[in-house]
Structures are given as C-alpha cells and as structure tokens.
Design a protein around this ligand. Structure first.
Ligand code: AKG
Ligand code: FE2
Length: 210
C-alpha cells in the first residue's frame, strides 16, 4: 500500500469515527483514532491474550552483549511467516479468535495484515528503544496498525536525519495507523517511565507481502 493508497484508506476510516487526529510525520503520515475499541473491550481483550498467547522475554545482542528485552512479546502470524529482527527469528503462533476478529475489522476498513507482534509492558520500567520497523521482509511500504490496551504510554518519534521530534499518548482502545514512509524516515520508541504505571499491551499489525 503506497502513500496515496494509505492516505485514501485512512481518510475513509477517519470519516467513520467520531474522533481522530492526523499526525504529521512527513513525508509519511499517521492517523490516531483514540476510541477505536468500545469501552471495556480493551481490558477483556488484554486479559484473554494473557492466557491465549505464549509470551516470552528473549535476549538480544546489543553492542556485543546479550540482554533480555525490557518487555514480553508474542508473535502471531499466518502459517509460514517468520519475523527476523535484532538476531531473533520469531515463528508465528496461530491466531486466537479475538485477535482474528480485530484483523478482520481492520481488513474491512482496507487495512490487510497477516501478522501481529504483541508487546507487553508490565510497568513503567518496561520499554522499547529507538528503532524503525523497516525490515526488508515487510516490503517497500511497511504500513503498521498499533492497537493499544491498558495503561496509556507515550510513543515518541524522531526524524532519522535532522530536526524533528514528536510524541503521542496512546491510550486504551486507541488505534494508530502509520504509513510506510514513517518507518523509512522516522525512528520511534516507548521510553521507560519513573512513574508507577499499570500494564499495557500493544498489538502491532504487520503485512509480510508474499
Ligand atoms: O508499543 C508500542 O506502541 C510500539 C511498539 C513497536 O514499536 C513495535 O512493536 O515495533
Ligand atoms: Fe516499532
């Protein structure tokens, strides 16, 4: 889905929701829908995913040393998809029905995905460092949909070259759609927080083109 197709589909989605915010991440763009899930739907989904998915906290090598990632994660995908990043090779788990329904809901809005990386931040000390989701396996236009459950967390962006920073608060039940150019031109992170924070799960839907 190139930038023009992303824009058209995101505009159509935006026209069907009460509240939405366009985020300028030029040359890419992003749409934030604060209340994409119904009230209470997010907690029910989070609780069921805790038992339905097999969560892990692997170690990755950084600067020559091995560190456990500061969060837990689970990768769900159609058969045959393996996600390789930071030296990990994640084979997809099968789709729990609750997650499959979300995927179908996104597909109905024109956003098709065949996998989702779920991240579990147990509290403020859990985080995700600066990165972009631009692995070659995700194709030329790595559109990502992020659905947030539980505690709101700040997602920060910084431009890869030159000036430009921005942060969004991703609250429970919110949906963030980012176009492919966002991954090519910006980095993002979920920084640690010194505040006492509750649990959050982010569901980052991705498409591995065949
Ligand atoms: O938790 C988030 O909102 C960000 C997750 C993320 O960047 C990722 O899974 O690649
Ligand atoms: Fe990411």
């Amino acid at each position: 889905m190139d930038e023009a197709a992303f824009q058209a589909r995101a505009e159509a989605l935006a026209a069907n929701v009460a509240d939405q915010e366009w985020v300028d991440l030029s040359p890419g763009s992003a749409l934030l829908v604060p209340d994409w899930l119904r009230p209470g739907e997010d907690l029910a989904l989070m609780q069921s995913l805790f038992t339905r998915l097999s969560w892990e906290q692997p170690s990755i090598r950084m600067f020559g040393r091995s560190h456990p990632i500061p969060r837990r994660h689970a990768f769900v995908a159609d058969p045959g998809i393996t996600y390789r990043w930071s030296g990990l090779a994640q084979v997809g788990q099968p789709w729990p029905v609750e997650l499959f329904r979300i995927r179908q809901r996104l597909a109905k809005a024109g956003f098709c995905f065949n996998s989702v990386l779920a991240n579990h931040y147990r509290g403020g000390e859990d985080s995700m460092g600066w990165h972009a989701d631009d692995e070659r396996e995700l194709g030329d236009h790595p559109v990502i949909a992020t659905l947030s459950l539980g505690e709101p967390r700040r997602l920060s962006f910084k431009r890869r070259s030159g000036e430009g920073r921005l942060a969004l608060s991703l609250g429970k039940g919110s949906l963030l759609l980012t176009s492919g150019a966002v991954q090519h031109h910006w980095l993002h992170q979920v920084a640690k927080s010194r505040r006492q924070l509750g649990e959050r799960v982010s569901l980052t839907f991705r498409m591995f083109p065949s």
